[in-house]
Design a protein around this ligand. Structure first.
Ligand code: ZN
Length: 304
């Protein structure tokens, strides 16, 4: 404060000297300084209470839960590769952030345990990485005659291979006509022992019980949507097809004690996207986009 006072006196005073007497000038300046709150002079900004210190990266599925598959690769393997690359890239570029993986090898981890790892570590972000896939449907392809000469229908399995794009989910209650992803991603629960005890009676085969999951407390909705939006923006920048940010009742996110997202990095059922997600170029581009969105998110929430 003394330095500021001296500066004011030496810089302003000479110009006003002729008009205002010295004593009046000093009294005026002193009164102004006393009225102004002392914080106006403080150069220290109080530390923000919210910092991104720990990020949990979750490679979807694993072990006997291979999940969806394309022509030559499985979702669990693509998700693991991208998750490990993302973790390494965060460690390289964000030195103040600790990375925790839910898995680093091809092992099965129950969904509740994945979020349990994040909750126990008091993580500040949870990012789950998955591949999308179009459902396989059975459609009638014609008729054949049985031994009695009766016409019986023939069915074949069909799957759309043209659907493509990226979407990112946050925990919430979404549209009932968009439950494909929910049913598929939550189906991992069926591979867990005692799933009914661990999910409070939730049954992934029953669409109505999805409502129950969505009622689980989600205090981090806005922050999760913010990160999910940055992630989608980064995909769009790389020219991907944007399927948007969606709220759905995903078991892996339901009990998150921190902002949490599940990102579907592409359709493994689309040959071009399967190729992209398995290529060095594709993986590098996806990871660079995810890293950039995490950095943008971190900067923004730490400033608030
Ligand atoms: Zn998945």
């Amino acid at each position: 404060m003394n330095i500021i006072f001296a500066l004011i006196v030496t810089t302003i005073r000479p110009k006003l000297m002729k008009i205002i007497p010295l004593r009046t000038f000093i009294y005026t300046i002193l009164s102004i300084l006393l009225i102004m709150p002392s914080s106006s002079f403080s150069k220290e900004i109080p530390p923000s209470p919210y910092r991104i210190r720990t990020i949990v990266i979750d490679a979807g599925h694993g072990g006997h839960d291979g999940a969806t598959r394309g022509q030559f690769s499985k979702e669990k393997d693509v998700a693991l590769k991208v998750a490990l690359l993302l973790g390494k890239s965060i460690e390289d570029k964000m030195k103040d952030v600790k990375v925790i993986y839910t898995r680093t090898t091809d092992v099965f981890i129950p969904l509740y345990e994945r979020i349990g790892i994040a909750n126990r570590a008091k993580a500040d972000l949870f990012i789950s990485i998955h591949c999308n896939s179009m459902p396989i449907r059975r459609v009638q392809s014609g008729y054949k005659k049985n031994s009695k000469g009766q016409k019986i229908p023939i069915y074949k399995s069909v799957q759309s291979t043209s659907t493509r794009g990226v979407e990112t989910f946050v925990s919430g209650f979404g549209r009932l006509d968009e439950q494909d992803v929910v049913m598929r991603e939550n189906a991992s629960i069926l591979l867990e022992k005692d799933y009914k005890d661990n999910y409070e009676g939730y049954d992934p085969k029953d669409p109505e019980s999805i409502i129950m999951l969505s009622l689980m407390k989600n205090a981090f909705r806005d922050q999760s949507i913010k990160l999910a939006t940055f992630i989608q923006d980064s995909y769009i920048e790389s020219g991907r097809v944007d399927r948007g940010v969606k709220e759905q009742s995903l078991a892996v996110l339901a009990k998150a004690g921190m902002p949490a997202v599940l990102t579907e990095i592409g359709f493994i059922s689309n040959p071009a996207e399967e190729e992209y997600m398995n290529s060095d170029h594709g993986q590098r581009e996806i990871v660079a986009g995810l890293l950039k969105s995490i950095q943008t998110y971190k900067r923004q929430v730490e400033l608030e």
